[in-house]
Design a protein around this ligand. Sequence first.
Ligand code: PMP
Length: 351
Amino acid sequence: MSTYWSELTASLEPYVPGEQPKDRTYIKLNTNENPYPPSPKALEAIREAAGADLRLYPDPTCDALCRTIAAYYGVTKEHVFVGNGSDEILAFAFPAFFSARQPILFPDITYSFYPVYARLYGIPYITVPTDEQFRIDPQTYAIPNGGVIVPNPNAPTARFLIVNGIKEILETNKDRVVIVDEAYIDFGGESVVPLIAEYPNLLVVQTLSKSRSLAGLRVGMALGHPELIEGLNRIKNSFNSYTLDRLALAGAIAAIEDREYFAETNRKVVATRERTTAALRELGFEVIDSLANFVFVTHPVKAAEELFAALKERGILVRYFNKPRIDRYLRVSIGTDEEMDALLGALREIA
Ligand code: PMP
């Protein structure tokens, strides 16, 4: 039976995340998690926080974590916002800065949560075309709009813009909020956080899920002009003022302070990515140059869907998107050297 409300909920198209199989024997290269464990100091801090104080509510302002992030980037805490993963920050940023009045812009091939949020909040959007190699041209963002969101590097293509490219988008959209989603910035890209001093319309969103190996803790952060941070706080407090729990706050602070471990694991991921890229090219794959912890690859002969299925049969999970333009590609997260060797070995047999 169709009811008023069932029609409404049926019209919502939720985001479909990558598989999280219960079978832990899979080599899991499908959701861009970090293959290395979190910083031992972060784990220790979480263990310490898992005590009697859990009976108390956490600090609703997340003051200590905001100060830690501010110190890391050399700004004041008024420039910092934190949330349960960057997905939650984006869920607050859309209604804070975008509206039904004018369409927002994002690349045609990009993180599929953006259209989900836009539809959820009734915000119209225009998808700006990337070229046939998924390159983003900053000039194409100089059209009338109600705001812009660009991930840098982009997902799932791994295409990245240099700082001047982002600057160009900021210059042509000075009266609109430009969100730069830097989920994958720590694997070799250059962050535009330093530009927040110059551009009050810039909000940079980052996450501890990738480069700090804490996808399971759910911590994201945003940096921008205090007015933008205030906007995010208004939306957050309209839902729930206790966003981050005590364990997440403690773990996140320790993870950000452990710069050495962060540098070491990122260095390993980058080295493995470069080695994997070269090996895949040798096998005949086209691989887009990546500054992320994943590569986007296509084979001139073998269909991506078949490769996905054959790899899965061999216990290796990668990501296949059954969508126009990218259905010839696979997105492969960078695992340990051993995991990537297993992938390459399997592909030698299949491809
Ligand atoms: N932005 C992009 C571009 C992503 O790929 C992801 C991870 N799927 C996120 C944001 C969200 O990450 P999290 O919520 O774990 O911080």
